[in-house]
Design a protein around this ligand. Sequence first.
Ligand code: PBG
Length: 328
Amino acid sequence: MPFPEHRLRRLRRNESLRALVRETSLDPGDLIYPLFICPGEGVRNPISSMPGVFNLSVDEAVREAEEAAILGIGGLLLFGLPEAKDEQGTGAWADDGIVQRALRALKQSASSKKLVLIADVCLCEYTSHGHCGIIHKGPYGHDVANDPTLDLLARTAVSQARAGADIVAPSDMMDGRVAAIRHGLDHAGFSDTPILSYASKFASAFYGPFREAADSAPQFGDRRTYQMDGANAREAMREIELDLAEGADMILMKPAMPYLDIVRAARDRVDVPIGAYQVSGEYSMLHAAFQRGWLDQNRAMLESLLGIRRAGADFIVTYFAKDAAKLL
Ligand code: PBG
């Protein structure tokens, strides 16, 4: 008879006991803070659907990075809003592109010794049509052309590494892009630059607010011919295995909260570092409830992050990074 010999409440009696037996930890160093870099100087444009998140000019991004470094945050993930867009997304790999300029400035700032600089590799913020690659008219109509896009992604990653990115993170979901990027980096002398691949990235409604922040909504159709179907867990494991076989050093799961089973399955299956991305819609949804007073902001925020860590993520990309770090 387990009761009354066993009483699990014994170890919950006070905070020091609870701390002693706590299984999962949350540390500012496990958090990655996304930044949206825009042209100009002194620009801090708020994003209406994401309270507390801004489009930042390079100088403002440097200030933000200094704050993040003081808070002990692990790194930054950079997205760019270019001055102009075109069919191919040439702004993504331009030497003086917006993310490249930000990387150079951040590398020169004091914060760079403490923060890992991660550059998101994708074309959707730079293409006039808003898709993550170049468009062709194939046998099934207008769609993103997989193989011709690979070269552009590799060029983008190389130009980011050249500008100072510590890690490149492809989020486009083209087949074969990890191999193409690895080849491109090695060929250009960046064989030590790691690839964090968004290995399982689902076609999700939770990216909605990001597309306002990054001005990257597709102008026709949607992303379901390249991002994964939300119903598929086994396919996510195949994506992970292929990305690792192509040379990914770490993998990112995305979104987080509606896909925690995928994070757990990945953790049980592979031993590479795993990150999870608590995406824009997860952040907006929680903030909507905070604004109404329906949820306690600090507690719900930390609980959402702890759940992602408990599911098996080593690190978390989150717009809450600064707020959470202040509490931890
Ligand atoms: C670029 C990219 C997106 C996100 C990260 N990288 C948008 C998308 O795929 O539509 C979403 C991040 C978020 O919602 O916070 N492809």
